[in-house]
Design a protein around this ligand. Structure first.
Ligand code: SF4
Ligand code: SF4
Length: 217
């Protein structure tokens, strides 16, 4: 079924697809009770490329154009997750599509689960200095989503790579929130800047794009 599901993803516009074993992550999912995810031991990660041309317009912060593109990419991810989940269900297995971008706790800024951690398990990339997923080909210029399932799928190998000597995002961040490792990423400083952008750049959402734009390993 891996190939069949990958084909659905690619024909829907996805640029990346992977499967990871995630049973040990289930108790840590923010807003998904373990009863709901029982038996869903596989995480399918899908990724869609962000447009280089749209990112080019981000000079000092997010644009309304980027906001619209961001929403469209999330919609495409959600539609593709749904298609994959329905294909799995039609084969007699359970599948739970997780929204690409839905905050469940505004104070903590957390979602149902970390798509990034699933993507990591699915061999789609590594956690970069900017605390985002870095795909070996597309860098952080990719948005991701997840489908959890109990369908026994072949899992991909976790990538053994890192940012090496790159420091482009450190130079790009206007509030110096990025450090030498992702553990040093300053969530508070980043979030404060995102709040500022939401208001001053009239985007109304916590988006930035500056460290995404420069991440192309
Ligand atoms: S999203 Fe913006 S503010 Fe946050 S770390 Fe990246 S560049 Fe800095
Ligand atoms: S810009 Fe460079 S250092 Fe920053 S996350 Fe991407 S690869 Fe890593």
């Amino acid at each position: 079924m891996n190939n069949e599901l990958r084909d659905i993803a690619i024909s829907s516009g996805m640029s990346a697809f992977g499967v990871g074993s995630i049973d040990d992550l289930r108790p840590h999912f923010e807003a998904l009770p373990t009863e709901q995810t029982e038996g869903l031991s596989y995480g399918i990660s899908i990724g869609v490329r962000v447009s280089d041309a749209v990112l080019k317009g981000i000079i000092v912060g997010p644009t309304r154009h980027y906001l619209h593109h961001y929403k469209m990419l999330n919609l495409l991810l959600d539609q593709t997750s749904l298609e994959i989940a329905l294909a799995i269900q039609a084969k007699g297995y359970n599948a739970l599509p997780i929204p690409a971008s839905q905050i469940v706790d505004w104070k903590k800024q957390t979602a149902h689960l970390s798509h990034k951690m699933i993507a990591l398990r699915a061999g789609m990339g590594w956690i970069g200095r900017n605390n985002l997923l870095v795909h070996p080909q597309f860098g952080s210029r990719i948005r991701i989503a997840t489908v959890l399932t109990d369908m026994p799928l072949k899992t991909d190998t976790v990538l053994q790579r890192d940012c090496a000597g790159c420091s482009e995002c450190l130079k790009a961040c206007p509030v110096s929130a990025i450090g030498k490792s992702h553990e040093q990423w300053d969530k508070t400083a980043c979030l404060e800047k995102l709040k500022y952008f939401a208001k001053v750049h009239n985007v109304g959402q916590y988006i930035c794009g500056l460290c995404v734009k420069v991440c192309k390993p």
